[in-house]
Design a binder for this molecule. Structure first.
Ligand SMILES: Nc1ncnc2c1ncn2[C@@H]1O[C@H](COP(=O)(O)OP(=O)(O)O)[C@@H](O)[C@H]1O
Ligand SMILES: [Mg+2]
Length: 236
């Protein structure tokens, strides 16, 4: 599990990296998009966790809504505990900043950028998770979403060798495309569906990955013994 594919960030999801030339290209801005409870936060953190453990990569996880404690509880329950990687991963919970500072709403993207700049001034990071871009957009109350996100994504791409995973919360049953989906370099879409009358099943698809020949099929996503795994869906 130790080998790294040059120029790619492995997800360490069993069978997923080989579906996209070995992983996410370095420097990409990738959306982890899905409905509530589809493992978005866990999936993104799982990428940081395994990259920290297997390749000593450093990760920065910025949360705008869920507290650090609640995230850590979730990760411990999934058997990917934060204490294993706390020297290489920083989880910052910006929630308290939201309560203590009240900048003009439109300043939140600037607050975020200053925050990232300050943290990066003291330490190098290879991977960034923003949980979630949707919350950042809401609290920023941006007028021209396409323009603002274009500049935000370009700013992220400007960091040498920083790969960004931005979580996007999608309401249930919405098929429309969002501005960020046109602007991002990649989209990993997580979903869950009713199967029969009693069960739900979780799915993953790579909807977009620039510079990569990738599989666009639906995969089932399961979490088993500390690992996410995908399996090709066999239908009809
Ligand atoms: N120990 C566990 N093993 C497997 N799945 C779990 C475990 N604990 C919680 N979950 C699942 O994880 C989900 C939450 O994952 P999370 O990453 O927070 O989702 P999201 O960020 O998409 O809302 C819960 O809805 C639950 O189904
Ligand atoms: Mg979440």
């Amino acid at each position: 599990m130790n080998e790294s594919i040059k120029g790619r960030v492995r997800t360490y999801v069993v069978r997923l990296d080989e579906q996209m030339n070995g992983g996410i290209p370095h420097g990409h801005v990738v959306l982890i998009s899905g409905n509530p409870g589809t493992y978005k936060s866990s999936f993104a953190y799982n990428v940081l966790y395994h990259n920290a453990k297997e390749q000593n990569k450093r990760g920065l996880y910025i949360s705008f809504q869920q507290s650090r404690e609640s995230l850590e509880d979730q990760f411990t329950s999934l058997n990917i505990p934060y204490e294993d990687v706390e020297e290489r991963i920083t989880i910052v919970d910006v929630g308290y900043l939201r309560q203590t500072t009240k900048p003009h709403p439109e300043d939140w993207i600037d607050v975020f950028k200053r925050y990232v700049d300050n943290i990066r001034a003291t330490s190098h990071y290879d991977l960034l998770v923003v949980d979630s871009l949707t919350t950042l957009e809401i609290i920023s109350q941006v007028d021209d979403k396409r323009e603002t996100l274009f500049h935000l994504f370009e700013w992220l791409r400007g960091f040498k060798n920083l790969t960004s995973l931005l979580i996007v919360e999608r309401p249930f049953k919405e098929e429309i495309m969002y501005e960020e989906e046109f602007l991002a370099d990649g989209i990993i879409y997580l979903s869950k569906e009713r199967v029969g009358r009693m069960d739900t099943q979780r799915f993953l698809s790579i909807d977009k990955m620039r510079a990569t020949k990738h599989n666009t099929s639906y995969f089932t996503l399961i979490f088993n013994e500390g690992r996410f795994q995908v399996t090709r869906v066999l239908r009809e």
